[in-house]
Design a protein around this ligand. Sequence first.
Ligand code: MSP
Length: 680
Amino acid sequence: MRSFYITTPIYYVNDKPHIGHAYTSIAADVLARWHRLSGDDVWMLTGTDEHGQKVLRSAAARGLSPQAHCDELSVAFRELLAVVGVQNDDFIRTTEPRHSTVVQATLQHLFEQGDIYAADYEGWYSTAAERFWTEKDLVDGKCPDSGLPVEWVTEKNWFFRMSKYADQLRAWIDANPGFLAPESRKNEVLGALRKDIGDLCISRPKERMSWGIELPFDRDYVTYVWFDALLNYVTAIGYHPDPAKRGPDFARRWPASYHLVGKDILATHSIYWSTMLFALGLEPARCLYAHGWWMVEGRKMSKTLGNVVDPHLLVRAYGAEALRYFLMREIPFGGDGDFSHQAFLTRYNADLANDLGNLAHRSLSMTEKWLGAVVPALDASTPADLALEALAEQVATGFRAAIEAAQLGRALELLWELVRAANKYVDTEAPWALNRNGQTERLAGVLRRCLEVCRVAAVHLAPVCPEKSAELCRKLGLQGVVFADHGSLNGLRAGAPVLAGEPLFPRLLELPEEIASTLAAALAAEAAAPAPVKASKPAPSPKPSPSSPTMSENTSVDAVPAAPDAPAPGPALIEYDDFAKIALRTGDVLAAARHPKADRLLVLTIDLGEPEPRTIVAGLASTYAPEALVGQTVVVVANLKPIKLRGVMSHGMVLAVGGDAGVQALATASAKVGPGTVVR
Ligand code: MSP
């Protein structure tokens, strides 16, 4: 049995989980399920990263001890896995003794090996921001975050000799072309490796930040959160620096087959983690795969927009299986994408309801009606049959190659080529005509092939939509998902009972109510949010002495520049050109009514000085009675793409004042102006 060990990043418990976390976990689950079905010895690991300043701050903000805070949030991450159908084999928390004791043993080992040394670290320290800044980051000599004075601090710290292993890493990347994926992200790492990567500061003085694993050789310090977190990939499978103390599975599982990570943390994984492994005499994982970033409705995900893609809401509204399909299919794995509900509806209806749902439903219904509801016998193949058979084999081979290279979107795209070809086959072979003309043998052969394509689709879809796949297999008279004869159009048992039943994926005519109202409220709150005041930069690296080690705060990687398009951790400044793209206009509210299908929405008729007034749906019903709005002058985003909200097309957006807590007031003009006046 081939070992297949796959990991996700361990997620920070500084906030509740969101769609980005669900995405990586689902992708890992899909690969794990594929390999499990293929008979491999699979182990999927995920978990939570619980130390460091970010988590400490979140706990303090909630008035909880860090451990109590972590205990609570870690459960939320664990629950999310069940909600989105992830079957992980293990879940590690960095506060568990099985992790922290091995981290300490590893630190001690590296210390004794001479790979950890003490040195002075100097820089501008801001007590308010609890971090170091470089000279050029300061604004008027003060902390750019708090505006408060900074002081020059010289601090003893502990450093890992990362630079010692840089050449080994360069050679590893050269010798293992599949190590960093996708290819497009490799350059980022290679670029960083062209420079001196320095050594890595792996300690934090307890007096500054005590929420971490104590250094075994210096009790005044805790371990830097990344050094602690990265080790989870080996501590969870029984690693110990002393080979005699390793768990029974370690040798079999390591090196991992995949570390799936977001592009934001490719650098930490490729440079910090690989050099740490080299120092421990271990090989890196076979593949470090960095996937892209999800935006939401065309914007960077904010707390407010996060609500419209809250995985719990999405699962309630669409079901876990459709969500998994959309996330895996909508963007190539590795690329960036946008989660738009309209795109979700389109993809769901086109692929799941129409293409696959329709093929299954009509093939099964015709078999029920005309062929006694049992799998019919094959007849002699015609050229059209042979073409379909060849395509099925080709798709199965391509699917396997794609999924085993983590090309998840590509794999599904290929599978749908077959599903669509089968729908065409139904249209051209016209089983209804065969039935009418009494050509029963041919009718049986044609429908058998259609049912066989459904089987091939169900088998391949199993890792992505496990329940729908099993349901389809049952309808086809199989006991469950039988993962054999992948591309063969002769995998069913003639005579087995079939059942059309309810459609697998019922058509979604419009956005579900809960989605529509959450979306309208979030878009209104986004529009009302105050303009960002400053760009946040990655944490700087103060000039340390001696040599050039690296100290970074929780998430940032100073040794390596983040991907140019990596999301900034806070609000980002925009160019004037970006702002100028938004057409803001005044509008007079001519009429207002409650939305017939959504409590939180109003349907407004607004005069923008155009030939026809516009219909705009707004999430204002919790604050305003419709009558109160008639006659008001409002500010409208006039060039927003129209969107259907609970069955009503909305042609723009009304700006309102108020954040996450809801709308507090309308944005309006302080003097009487005509409709359609430009606002800027
Ligand atoms: N704790 C570190 C990782 C340590 S691994 C040893 C961390 N945690 S995190 O909570 O910030 O999660 C980061 C991961 O969540 C990303 O790498 C990515 O896998 C996923 N995502 C978070 N937001 C995302 C999007 N908007 N889009 C796609 N994935 C995203 O970094």
